[in-house]
Each structure stands twice: as structure tokens, then as C-alpha cells.
Design a protein around this ligand. Sequence first.
Ligand code: UT7
Length: 335
Amino acid sequence: MNALPAAAGVGVRLAGVGTALPERTLTNDDLAALVDTNDQWITKRTGIKTRHIAEDGTTTCSLAVDALRAALNEAGMQPGDLDMVLLATMTAEMSCPSTAARVVHEVGATPAGAMDITAACSGFVYGLNHAETLVRSGHYKTVAVIGAETLSRITNYEDRGTCILFGDAAGAAILTADEDTSRGCLAQTMRSDGSLWGELYVPRTADDLPEKHDGFTGRFNTLQMNGQEVFKFAVTTTQAIIDETLEKAGITPADLAAVIPHQSNRRILELVKKRMDLPEGKMVINIDKYGNTSAASVPLCLNDKVAAGELKEGDLVLFVAIGGGMCWTTSLWKL
Ligand code: UT7
């Protein structure tokens, strides 16, 4: 391994991770009762077996609050230790106020700063990069990043091309200043190409439809996706930004303790894993249990890895995500 890039500013460590999942689940067999699909097709084409679905009364905000409380508990911190909460979601209950502001109030962290991030499935990793920079700058000591979604509320359960994919969940991570300046983000990318927005979008009215919308399912306020195009885009961009990020840091896939990707589709992840020549177990894949939970999927994976005791101080971990926008991003960390 070559020398890692010199880090400037304050060191940053991940102090705690937490998640929240609705109790209710929706299996592939449950979906087969709703649309023309079956367990075999869903398992083979996506890797998903089941997903969690919010009950009445469970919201993006309530899941985010539960995940943040769990992360604070893991970090051994109090709500008052938080200087800022960044919350990534594409399913905020309201456009104003931010969900983050309500979460800060609910957990008792007032007057910590609060802001939502809208970068679809890339939102948590975008948030991680922003939070790390806030702490590294020395202006903020402790920042929480949350990915929280209730995708079931924007899913058309008559569209078999999308309803099989999505689940509800939240995950949170607490970042805090560390005296070891080599800890934290070593390299990152945050990209977008808005010319592709019509491949994955949630139209409110006919005014929102892209010029070419022959794939529109006819149901407003639900997610519309050109699955094949998004699939191809995900494979190529994910591979390209991983290469670029590792090159920036002067390391190779063999140096990584773990790759923690957004859980879009098992086939996408297997293709990337093969191309990187990653040994079995290094790429975290848990899509079978939760489906695609958009901004929540990366912290769900991180939490699984931490809970299994498979990450230690000094490990190099690569986070990567791609989603609507289109937006795509990486964050390479030394824990
Ligand atoms: O989170 C980031 C953004 N999202 C993604 O990254 C998702 C990317 N895309 C995908 O994961 C995949 O494109 C899907 C899982 C959505 C679809 O899988 P696919 O392998 O691309 O299927 P397809 O759309 O090419 O359809 C293949 C066949 C078609 O039948 P014909 O025309 O070959 O007879 C579809 O009608 O499978 C049919 N099909 C289904 N059959 C059973 C499509 N959806 C289903 C279904 N059950 N749920």
C-alpha cells in the first residue's frame, strides 16, 4: 500500500451507529398476492427476500428519531452533545420544516443545527461527506448523519417493476472530532447529472412529467423508474467512482476492510464486486433482509458490520451510492 494522503484539520471518528426498522414485513410471497410476480423472479433478479414496511403512525421522522437515539446510545453520548443533524431522505413528510429540525427537537438536542439533504439513494453518503468536512474544519465537534425513508408511502403497489424493490428504515451515524488527524475521510466524490432525472422521479402533477414519459405508470406521487437504464448507469458509474476514489487515496481494493454500498440490486453489487476482485465477505450485502431502502441502506449495512464486530480502528472502509438525480458518490474512510 502506498502512503495515504496527508489529512488536514481535525481527525474524525465514527462514534456510534444505530438503526430503526418498522416491525411489519412484506415478503416476496406477500407481493405475489398483489401483482403478477413470484419469489423466484424477485430473488433471482434482485436478491431481495423481504422488506420492512411502516405501520400507520410510523413516519420518516419517527424512524429517524429511533435510529438517532440508538446511535447516541452506542456512542455513549447525550443529545446535548450534538452540534448538528443532517438528515438524508426522499420521503420527508413535509417540504417545510425539515425533518431534521423535528428530529433535533424530539431527541432533545435543541438548539443543534438541522438540515435535510435531498440526494435520493446517495443522500446518506453525501451527508457523511458534508458532516465529515464540518467536523474536520474544527467549526463543529459532533455531527449526526441520518438516512431515513418511508418509501412504501411513494410506492405504487400495482407496478411490479418498482414495488418489489423498496422498504422502509432509518440509520444514523455520529461523527465526532478525534485527536488523531489521520482518522476520517481520505478521499471522496459527489457527482450529479440532472439530464437523466426522468429515469427516476416522483411526479406530483402532470407538470412534473418529463418530455418523454411513455413509462409513466399513471399514478402521481409514486416513484417512476426506468429500471434497465438505472441498472446500466449504476454499474458503470459505481465502478468508475470506486476506481477514481481509490486512486486518489493511492490504495487498491486489497487494502480495504469493507465496501459498504447502497443496496440497489444484488446483481449490480455482484458485478461491481467481481470487477474489483473483492474477496468474499468484504462487500456488505444485506438487501435480502431489507430491500432497497434508499438513503437508509448504507447505515443499515454499516450497523450490521459494526454489530458483527467486523470493523476496528484503522480499517479502511469505502462507502458508495448512486440514485435519483442522477447523483452518485463515494466516501473512503480510515476508521
Ligand atoms: O436505488 C437506486 C436506483 N434503483 C436501482 O438501481 C434499480 C435498478 N434496476 C433494477 O434493479 C432492475 O432493472 C429491476 C429489478 C427493476 C428489473 O429487473 P430487470 O432484470 O431489469 O427486468 P426487466 O425490466 O428487463 O424485465 C425483464 C422481464 C420482462 O418481461 P418480458 O418482457 O421479458 O416478458 C418484465 O415484464 O421481467 C418482467 N418483469 C417481472 N416479472 C416478474 C419485470 N418485473 C417483474 C416482476 N416479476 N416483478
